[in-house]
Write a protein that binds this ligand. Structure first.
Ligand SMILES: NC(=O)c1ccc[n+]([C@@H]2O[C@H](COP(=O)([O-])OP(=O)(O)OC[C@H]3O[C@@H](n4cnc5c(N)ncnc54)[C@H](O)[C@@H]3O)[C@@H](O)[C@H]2O)c1
Length: 354
């Protein structure tokens, strides 16, 4: 039995609780939040025995093997380091930390331990994506030449899930003083992992970040200054090039990811809003000169895929097998380095070599 605790009991923690409770051999033995009302309601809802208001208190008084860290970004590092020091496995929400040095410190802390560490890059839960990644990694579309990845949201231009101006849960994402790296930290963290996991290491980057929405305005304690749209040109270690972009001005898209990878023997693509419901397929074409059909029409085949273990399942399996599956803290730190490089590139108006 893996005894697990959840730290931070806000929005995303409900997904953690439901997911971990659905895995055989896992018991959630405690939950912790600095907001007592929230943690009480949470432990009641999920029938969790122990309630804490401080992680230090939890570390001292609760017996457990692993933590699921669902606190806001600025607390990921401190809580993970304390847990690792006490020999606990760590499942962390993304981004791993607020910057690369912090993320590297977290990764370094896991080295020379047998502790399982994982960062919740949600879109790895798409089985179509996992299959697509394997095809590209094994040379199934030949040498990769061009990559195109976008992440679109529309909550600054439409009110499909309420008005961001009156919702604290959204406002912190627009304010650097509240730990937000804007679209880059929120969406970039996902789309850079999405774009590069199948292809390889990003070696250089040129980015432009923009803050359009009510720049400098103050709503309550939140100064709106985090970037809300970005574009990046990238180059990979295998020579391929690509573009990665994300925006919260993508009217018409609630939460949409798209990826196209072109090799010299074919291409693959995938796109979805929900990685599990819609991400169980990908498309592939090998419509190169060799395979030209009589018709002029180029053909893409849609391939359906069987569900893949989600990150929560992979984390628990890793603990049981004593072998760290992906995406681990090393990967989390790599992505953080990319994000930091985007900021530097935009500020200094130049290519950055990673
Ligand atoms: N993987 C994904 O797709 C995805 C989606 C949404 C959010 N997230 C990430 O999940 C994290 C949490 O986001 P959220 O939307 O649930 O935020 P939230 O504000 O709804 O919840 C965070 C909770 O943590 C509590 N908290 C703050 N500091 C704490 C501390 N030191 N100790 C214990 N509890 C503390 C808060 O009181 C709050 O209840 C963020 O890092 C966010 O980036 C990931």
């Amino acid at each position: 039995m893996v005894k697990l605790v959840i730290v931070g009991t806000g929005g995303i923690a409900h997904w953690h609780a439901k997911s971990f409770q659905s895995i055989e051999g896992v018991q959630i033995v405690g939950a912790c939040d600095i907001d007592n009302d929230k943690v009480e309601a949470f432990t009641n809802e999920y029938n969790i025995e122990n309630t804490y208001n401080s992680f230090d208190d939890m570390l001292e008084h609760c017996e457990f093997d692993a933590i699921s860290n669902a606190t806001p970004d600025p607390f990921h590092k401190e809580i993970a380091l304390k847990a690792i020091k006490k020999n606990k496995h760590v499942f962390s929400e993304k981004p791993l930390a607020e910057n690369y040095p912090d993320a590297k410190e977290m990764y370094d802390a896991t080295k020379d331990t047998n502790l399982i560490n994982m960062v919740n890059f949600t879109y790895r839960n798409s089985s179509g994506y996992q299959k697509l990644a394997k095809i590209v990694q094994s040379g199934g579309i030949g040498k990769v030449r061009h990559v195109d990845a976008t992440y679109y949201q529309a909550w600054l231009t439409s009110k499909y899930s309420g008005d961001y101006r009156t919702q604290n849960k959204r406002l912190w994402r627009l304010s650097t003083a509240h730990g937000s790296m804007g679209t880059l930290g929120d969406l970039g963290v996902h789309i850079f992992d999405f774009a590069s996991y199948p292809v390889g290491q990003i070696t250089s980057i040129n980015s432009r970040l923009k803050t359009f929405k009510d720049k400098g305005e103050k709503i309550g304690k939140y100064v709106l200054d985090a970037n809300d749209t970005f574009i990046s040109m990238i180059e990979f270690d295998n020579g391929a090039i690509g573009t990665v972009s994300a925006t919260r001005f993508a009217t018409g898209f609630k939460d949409r990811l798209d990826l196209k990878i072109f090799g010299d023997l074919g291409a693959v693509k995938i796109g979805f809003e929900d990685p599990v419901e819609e991400g169980n397929q990908y498309q592939i074409t090998k419509d190169t000169e060799r395979e030209r059909r009589k018709s002029d029409k180029l053909k893409w085949d849609t391939i359906n895929t069987k569900p893949t273990p989600n990150n929560f399942e992979r984390f628990i399996e890793s603990i049981k097998n004593k072998t760290n599956d992906q995406p681990d803290f090393k990967r989390g730190a790599e992505i953080q380095k990319i994000l930091d490089s985007c900021i530097k590139s935009s500020e200094e108006n130049k290519w950055i070599i990673l």
